[in-house]
Write a protein that binds this ligand. Sequence first.
Ligand code: SAM
Length: 242
Amino acid sequence: MRIDVITIFPDYLNPLREALLGKAIERERISVGVHDLRDWTHDVHRAVDDSPYGGGPGMVMKPDVWGEALDEVCAAQEATPRLVVPTPAGRPFDQKTAVRWSQDPWLVFACGRYEGIDQRVIDDAATRMPVEEVSIGDYVLVGGEVAALTMIEAVVRLLPGVLGNPLSAEQDSFSDGLLEGPCYTRPEVWRERPVPDVLRSGNHAAIARWRRDQALERTYHRRPELLSALPEGDLDKADRKQ
Ligand code: SAM
């Protein structure tokens, strides 16, 4: 997979080179390009923003600079990328979106700052490529870089060969529509708190049932709307007793 990020703070994307993402780059599972938006400015101040039409506080990112940047970055390969525009006003990013994007060959992230990017940039790009405006949560960050990092990490860990054990992703929260239950490791007793007996029983069926029950209970208490959204057939008889 190819990933490009356009930003006015390229250094903000340095964590891309760390840990799991860094390894994915080393192993050539992904190739990453981080681009400084100011490289497409033509004035002495390298300005990327201007005051908003209609008045109001803050500044808006200029369409001409973004337009040139996207024209060049999105034409760098023969394929057509999916353009991702992080914005609190976007559709919520979730695990289903991460799974869908993990099948794409190429993602380009356009990181906004200030009040955001002139809407015509997004509308214009949408005539040439799939564009998604997405939010990572109901709060407002100062820029799109952290949102892009969040989404990139969620997508890249799903790519084949990136996680040590691919089963981890299959058993994580949201994969079956539920939150994952609690997990434990050695020692068997820590500060007088023992690991639940069933997990040391060696009875795989009982362990699977216990984990499922814990997932149902946790989801019920913390994210009841996920339970209501489960398709009818996803709950078995034993689940219903819960
Ligand atoms: N005026 C915008 C609004 O109210 O919807 C907020 C702009 S925010 C201060 C600046 C940039 O941060 C956005 O263009 C976007 O790139 C990023 N951003 C902020 N919150 C975000 C969120 N929840 N999800 C994704 N991106 C976010």
